[in-house]
Write a protein that binds this ligand. Structure first.
Ligand code: F6P
Length: 342
């Protein structure tokens, strides 16, 4: 029997299960057995797998997270791991592997494809920072969660006449901050792509107060930095892909705002809430479309490709191009956000 594998790697996000379900449904129809690799690349290093039949994927569409588990394991980090991946790929008898991940997981997929493995990718991440696709699944759910949070923070900000700083995720791209900020009517939005100018931020807030608004919402992306400084980290340690753990800019910013303006300020860090829970309809549909396309690429033996949404069409794009550079915020969009500052 022909076998196709699927793994989910890196930070989880809502919509992963819709990809798994779509791949399984399509693959079985085409006469394949689907092998689920547990916990990302770790599962392929350790040959930790599970057969995914129709029962295994029944009822998973509305569930967040991933039924396969995930990890941030990098097979190129530890000696011998990459060889184990190749050995187990053969041992399991995979014709091809569908890799669902972000820049790190798909970066590994690209390298392994170049070393001879039959691989197809699908882009997931709440950060929306993968190139060659208009959007990644998981992002829509994250911005909806963040928007709802901002709406809720609005009412308490207004009652207490406070500045409310909301820190959102997104790593080195400000997509979540920009889109949730626009949708939530934020008064200031700060992103990694534009260095924070404290004079400007305080001027905007003071102007707003002078026109009778005694509260303001400031949305800040975790990867944003001050003009004269570096990103704020939770710890110095780097993960297997060389990333720092971001987080804490909200508190630093909140203190600075209060010190400079005298306005009472509170800080909310949304954290992993943005990644949890049930996916939006948009993410379920996009995940489903990506799953079907990924399997279609496998059937065509069109390896080394990543599924991508371009306009309203799902297509295969070269993995190599998709992981070559981060997709940062479109400045035209940020300019729109800026028109509502203050
Ligand atoms: O890449 C997704 C993401 O949620 C980033 O926005 C964030 O910086 C990071 O993962 C958090 O990682 P962890 O789950 O390891 O804390």
């Amino acid at each position: 029997m022909k076998r196709v594998g699927i793994l989910t790697g890196g930070g989880d996000c809502p919509g992963l299960n819709s990809v798994i379900r779509a791949v399984v449904r399509y693959a079985i129809k085409e006469g394949y057995q689907v092998i689920g690799i547990k916990n990302g690349w770790k599962g392929l290093i350790e040959n930790d797998t599970v057969v995914l039949d129709l029962t295994a994927v029944s009822g998973i569409l509305p569930k967040g997270g991933t039924i396969l588990g995930t990890s941030r394991t990098n097979p190129y980090k530890k000696e011998g791991s990459k060889e184990k991946v190749k050995e187990n790929f053969k041992k399991i008898g995979l014709e091809a592997l569908i890799v669902v991940g972000g820049e790190d997981t798909l970066g590994v997929a690209d390298k392994l494809h170049k070393e001879g493995l039959n691989i197809v990718g699908a882009p997931k991440t709440i950060d929306n920072d993968l190139s060659c696709t208009d959007v990644t699944f998981g992002f829509d759910t994250a911005i909806n969660i963040a928007t709802e949070a901002i709406d809720r923070i609005h009412t308490t900000a207004e009652s207490h006449h406070r500045i409310m700083v909301v820190e959102v995720m997104g790593r080195h791209a400000g997509w979540i901050a920009t889109e949730a900020g626009i949708a939530g009517g934020a008064d200031v939005i700060l992103i990694p792509e534009v260095a924070i100018d404290m004079d400007e931020v305080c001027e905007v807030l003071k102007k707003r107060h002078s026109r009778g608004k005694s509260f303001s919402i400031v949305v800040v992306a975790e990867g944003a930095k001050f003009k004269e400084g570096d990103v704020v980290k939770q710890e110095e340690k780097l993960d297997a892909f060389g990333h720092v753990r971001l987080g804490g800019i909200g508190h630093v910013l909140g203190e600075e705002i209060e010190k400079r303006t005298g306005y009472e300020t509170r800080v909310t860090v949304l954290g992993h809430i943005q990644r949890g829970g049930t996916p939006t309809a948009f993410d379920r549909v996009l995940g489903t479309r990506f799953g079907i396309k990924a399997m279609e690429l496998v059937l065509k033996k069109d390896y080394g490709k990543m599924t991508a949404l371009v306009g309203n069409k799902v297509q295969g794009v070269p993995l190599e191009k998709a992981v070559a550079k981060l997709k940062t915020v479109d400045m035209e969009l940020y300019d729109i956000a800026k028109m509502f500052f203050g």
